[in-house]
Design a protein around this ligand. Sequence first.
Ligand code: H79
Length: 602
Amino acid sequence: MKGNLPVPEREVNLRSSIKSFLWIVLILSVSGFVKSEEVSTWPYQNETKEQHDARMQWWREAKFGMFIHWGVYSVPAGTYDGQQISGIGEWIMNRGKIPVAVYKAYATQFNPVKYDPDAWVRLAKEAGMKYIVITSKHHDGFALFDSKVTDWDVVDATPYGKDLLRPLAEACRKYGIKLGFYYSQAQDWNHPGGAAAGGHWDPAQDGSMDEYIKTIAAPQVREILTNYGDIAVLWWDTPTDMNRQRADMLQPLITLQPGIITNNRLGGGYGGDTETPEQHIPATGYKDRDWETCMTMNDTWGYKSYDDNWKSTETLLRKLVDIAGKGGNYLLNVGPTSLGKIPQPSIERLQEIGQWMKVNAESIYGTTASPFSKLTWGRCTKKITDDGAILYLHVFDWPADGKLLVPGLQNTVQKAYLLADGQPAKTEAGDSGITVYLPKKALDPIDTVIVLKVNGELNIKKVFPKQAADGILTLPAILSNIHNHLGTETKLETKDGILNIGDWTSSRVTVDWMFEINSPGRFEIVADLAVDASESQFEIVVGNQNLTATVHSTGGYDTFEKMVLGKITLKSKAEYTFQIKPVDGKWQPINVRSIQLKPVRD
Ligand code: H79
């Protein structure tokens, strides 16, 4: 809580005269002469790297956690006044502009008599999850705990009448699962002043946000960090309208739980410990920041009775592996009903993930990001050991010829075997890397893991797509980096047995490839595309060159055509990035199988 250093990055780019002025301000503020707005309440600001690593250690090793979104919204479960309200279920009050009094009445039907926290924690544990983060209070302001500063909580407002967090905390302790609390600090649609951000539709919501934080949010955060034993994570959400002053009313409270980890969603300029990509996996992870993708199994966090759009176990499991291979954690959501039941499709998927984890968890827990650039056959996770490294090769697409190339790997192999049954695998070193000889059939069609123990420090030549003998360079869909955001789901799909980048509906999504040029020159850009709309426009950026391409309908999303998009000159032998960037307003979805650069004379 103590702290008077300015935020360091503030100084980095300033010219020296301004710098020296700041130094004076700094000295004055340290000595108490100037009240600086830059005074930080971040309790870990003086942490050394070693201390930080020690604090983050359990979380980095855990890799996989359960998110639980539970509250009064599970009563309407997506339907208000006979209407199915679109969007995520926990937002129903906002999306349906439900008056405060009407929404509050749902609490009289929130009676989770089937709530079995012991079973929930066992389900998480058997799925291989190491921690749970539950919504202690979501944007509707309803507290799942006995709060002394409001009646809008499970004890005072529902027939159930009992604190829901305490027995969950006890079950977590019993099974050795870490517990974290989600707390919506800036949005609260039921307490006056809490709906300043993100919409306001009922005079009952009138009030000052500062007052709301002071009288509701801050005391409640104190309650959840005081009354439930060890809390491992505080998961802030939606920093809308949070400023430094508001954040500073909350942040000091985290010292109530020494060593607690918090995310980057408090606001007020605080970065917290973790990045939190929501509903998407960053194309290449984050450099130098811990991160956690949170994701739903269907299309809602809070229970909706009619959302049956469940992701398959294969999809969920491969996402876990994809995330681990990029160095992140996966926080996978369940949305229990108002009776206290986790939906059966969620249970089934978690159990199936658990079966895989029982055999393969070693390739997930405690691993770090893949040392390779993109792999065509799957993903890689790794552990650094005293005498070398363990590479876990996660094979999604089993090679028909039984040969798996680990591209660019130069180390000598100590041992190679299939994780599931210990069966050894032959390996062979060659110019392009190490080939692992595999049995005919995958042991697990979702992900069969090969363990490759290698000697010495990892030595890997990054292998990017290169020009073939005829000078032509091909950038296939499978080697692309797809940069999604919350609300976009551009992904690889298969048509006629060939992969393409699909579901590219948003102009905010960019796609790029790394590649290498050995024979510089002038190239024609040839794209293998399918376009449904009459026209679509995007920019192509290669190094410092760019051009705008306009493509026309090929007759549908399934009809691929090769077309010339323009010409570029690549002057040096080097690594480049090829980026496709939609032109906002002129973009229509296209499916992309590949891009080729073909040498031309002029
Ligand atoms: O708790 C889950 C979400 O309710 C919460 N974060 C996750 C973990 C969240 N709150 N806001 N947002 C995520 C982002 C905002 C989304 C919005 Fe919308 C787009 C708000 C209004 C438009 C989605 C679509 C919600 C309502 C309509």
